[in-house]
Design a protein around this ligand. Structure first.
Ligand code: SAM
Length: 401
């Protein structure tokens, strides 16, 4: 690559002016291209470029060799200062934009230049220039892909109550949280794990008795509504076998396709080492419940966290739960309290949805679906977003009037 005293040079310094292309020799142009190639295309790219050439039927003996050892890829000429300068040059947006303009102009004019010793030489130079240009957009796409990929979050919930001096057992869950849309459409909020799901999972593990988890029956059927990343369902699917219920099955539901995809991935990765998976994901829209398998069974336990963020949600959930909740089942709903912004006061709609006895769903025996218990929980430091000020935990079940 172009260098002064072994130090790499910038494209603005070594690229000849485009207007002087007609006056240059093939060697000067080829050298400029080699330098760009060495600067912007890592070794793996160089090998891929080499493979393109190998496939070509035309002999390329006269074509400039693309696989130039730049000193940057060469082990024995490695030089830390040079590496740093190269990395800085490669990251320099101004230099990259100059190189982009030069490559684009060169490709547009290359075939009309008189300097080529053969058609192959011209073709090879265009190919090399196009490859470097393409590598710029690939680099941007890779950066975007990395951002899009999201983060793996690891959760470890202590199992309570502690017994003697034994260190507490833990339930470990990992999941992929992805960035949610920043535009007007916020329907993919379930790509992230919200504060309520973390607090609720911690409570489930810390005090299973409080949620009646030890008296659910031998093979309890559990349903999660608006599961998002699936933290609560995953926690239950791992917790219940350790409480002596290996036959427990969790059906985690959501209505958003991208959220369901991510949820399925999270389930698969948490149970990758198991011979059978105690949990599955499926589509369920609260406003239009379906009863096809696996939603054809009454649930012993229904859970939902941070699912109230529109005025109609509480009523939809109430009516939906009435269709799936078994005769002795319990629905635990943790609503997030937000005192500012557009969701201010929305958690109050839960009590409002259960306020009028005449509107409450009834079971075959005439019992109504009611709020049986209700408590306020504080926001925990470091958990949840800034607009969350606490949580309301509702216990809902069938009650004879
Ligand atoms: C704020 S997120 C909470 C996700 C998860 N429960 C948590 O706490 O991390 C709300 C979830 O409800 C889901 N949801 C919203 N409306 C729904 C509907 N009508 N039917 C089913 N799911 C819905 C969203 O897709 C999203 O996953």
């Amino acid at each position: 690559m172009n260098s002064i005293c072994g130090r790499p040079q910038a494209p603005t310094a070594f690229l000849p002016a485009l207007r002087s292309l007609d006056d240059l020799t093939e060697e000067v142009v080829s050298s400029a291209l080699r330098s760009l190639y060495a600067l912007y295309c890592p070794l793996s790219s160089a090998l891929r470029f080499g493979a393109v050439h190998e496939k070509s039927k035309t002999p390329r003996s006269e074509a400039p060799t693309p696989l130039v050892d730049s000193g940057y890829v060469s082990g024995d000429e490695e030089d830390e200062d040079g590496e740093e300068t190269l990395a800085a040059l490669r990251a320099d947006a101004f230099e990259r934009s100059h190189a982009t303009r030069w490559l684009t102009g060169f490709i547009a004019r290359a075939e009309g230049l008189a300097l080529w010793s053969s058609e192959d030489a011209c073709e090879s130079a265009i190919e090399q220039a196009s490859y470097v240009l393409a590598s710029f957009s690939t680099a941007v796409e890779e950066e975007l892909d990395e951002e899009d990929a999201g983060i793996i979050r690891q959760f470890s919930f202590k199992l309570g109550p502690p017994s003697g001096d034994e260190p507490p057992a833990v339930v470990e869950v990992h999941l992929l949280d992805k960035p949610i849309s920043t535009g007007a459409d916020h329907t993919d909020v379930g790509l992230q794990s919200w504060g309520a799901s973390i607090v609720f999972s911690d409570l489930l593990c810390g005090s299973p008795e409080r949620f009646g988890l030890r008296s659910l029956g031998s093979a309890p059927h559990i349903l999660e509504l608006g599961a998002g990343t699936g933290l609560v369902g995953l926690t239950l699917a791992k917790l219940l076998p350790s409480l002596g219920f290996p036959g427990a099955r969790v059906v985690a539901t959501d209505y958003h396709p991208a959220v369901l995809d991510n949820l399925r991935g999270n389930i698969a990765s948490n149970f990758a080492a198991e011979t059978s998976t105690p949990m599955e994901a499926c589509l369920l829209d609260w406003s239009a419940p379906s009863f096809e398998a696996p939603l054809d069974k009454k649930a012993d336990l229904i859970v939902a966290t941070d699912v109230i963020y529109a005025p109609e949600h509480a009523t939809w959930l109430r009516d939906c739960v009435a269709k799936y909740l078994g005769p002795n089942g319990v629905f635990w709903l943790m609503a997030t309290v937000r005192q500012n912004g557009k969701f201010e006061g929305i958690s109050d709609t839960v009590e409002a949805a259960f306020a009028n006895v005449d509107e409450l769903p009834r079971d075959d025996g005439g019992r109504v679906l009611k709020i049986i218990g209700n408590e306020s929980l504080e926001k925990r430091r470091g958990i949840g977003r800034g607009d969350e000020s606490g949580y309301r935990l509702f216990r809902v079940g069938w009650v004879a009037l």
